[in-house]
Design a binder for this molecule. Structure first.
Ligand code: GRG
Length: 299
């Protein structure tokens, strides 16, 4: 497996391809009744998506010379959790969205029960991948990866953030409350993606802290941009239904700061994110460029 390219677009495309090839291999279609389940898992995890989290895992791992064959497994595990969360988020009981990545969302392409099961199976597959000795020879490292991904996905992070988001619908949140909610719902998995590279590579504590600080600002910039795009983007470009936040009466960085205020806040967070990478020099160029990608992306 070759090194990632030295610029963000190349590195992200490579990360996406590597993870897709890995999941394609793991998710071979079985014979029999469970074929439909695996087919739905493939639909959710193998097609479309920006591959942003896989890029973060692989680019951070590369800072510490981690074997790409190990990093790609962690990247695949994170992508499984991410794709499960999108599939469940689109369900009628949650965001009720028919469009994802420019095509029917999972429960529309299959059915609700299959979408729930495929999401469940992607979530559990993530931990199966991490627990496998092929991910890292040291069982302590594997255990830390399993615990880290569980924490980033669970009640104090992604699922908890989703609960807060649902409960807060129709209420006004202040900046601190909204940042906390989004940090849990979206930020925690982004933070894990970056921290995982440091963990695999045995980074020093100060390096891990700098990378986590980068990821926290990056995650906020990512979410702020998402809120801006919900207002300014068209469904065909976004690949998902535009204008959902207002329709669902959600507190967003745009409702809180206004469109221009949100844009400026996103730029500030992206600049802060980049500043945390100063000690990594030129090797961190793709990660720095990722911060700009996050705020200038169109979907
Ligand atoms: C249902 C347990 C559960 C959690 C859902 C992450 C999440 C929690 C819901 C997704 C809702 C959403 C659209 C959040 C905004 C930020 C976000 C995660 C966007 C999607 O991530 P991208 O843009 O997606 O990286 P792609 O399709 O490119 O992989």
């Amino acid at each position: 497996m070759a090194e990632l390219g030295a610029d963000f677009p190349t590195a992200r495309a490579q990360a996406t391809d590597l993870v897709r090839a890995h999941l394609d291999d793991i998710l071979r279609l079985p014979e029999g009744g469970e074929k439909r389940l695996v087919d739905a898992m493939r639909y959710a995890a193998l097609d479309g998506g920006k591959g942003f989290r896989p890029f973060l895992v692989l680019a951070t791992s590369q800072l510490f010379d981690v074997a790409p064959s190990q990093a790609v497994r962690v990247a695949a595990a994170v992508e499984c959790v991410h794709c499960y969360s999108l599939a469940h988020d689109d369900l009628p009981a949650m965001d009720d969205d028919d469009l994802r990545r420019g095509r029917p969302s999972l429960h529309k392409a299959y059915d609700e029960a299959t979408a729930i099961l495929a999401g469940d199976a992607l979530l559990t597959l993530a931990f199966e991948i991490l627990a496998d000795p092929a991910t890292h020879t040291d069982s302590e490292v594997r255990l830390s990866l399993v615990a880290g991904l569980a924490q980033a996905s669970g009640k104090a992070a992604m699922v908890g953030g989703q609960m807060l988001d649902i409960s807060a619908s129709g209420s006004a949140l202040d900046y601190g409350e909204l940042s906390r909610l989004q940090g849990m719902k979206t930020g925690a998995l982004i933070e894990f993606s970056v921290a995982a590279g440091a963990l695999l590579g045995g980074a020093e504590a100060a390096q891990t802290e700098a990378l986590k600080a980068y990821a926290r600002d990056l995650g906020l910039a990512f979410q702020i941009a998402d809120d801006v795009l919900d207002v300014t983007g068209a469904s065909e470009v976004l690949g998902k239904t535009a204008g959902k936040d207002r329709e669902d009466d959600k507190a967003t960085f745009v409702s809180l700061l206004g469109l221009e205020g949100a844009r400026q806040e996103g730029e500030q967070k992206a600049a802060q994110a980049e500043a945390h990478l100063s000690e990594f020099g030129a090797a961190a160029t793709p990660l720095r460029q990722a911060a700009q990608f996050v705020i200038h992306r169109k979907n």
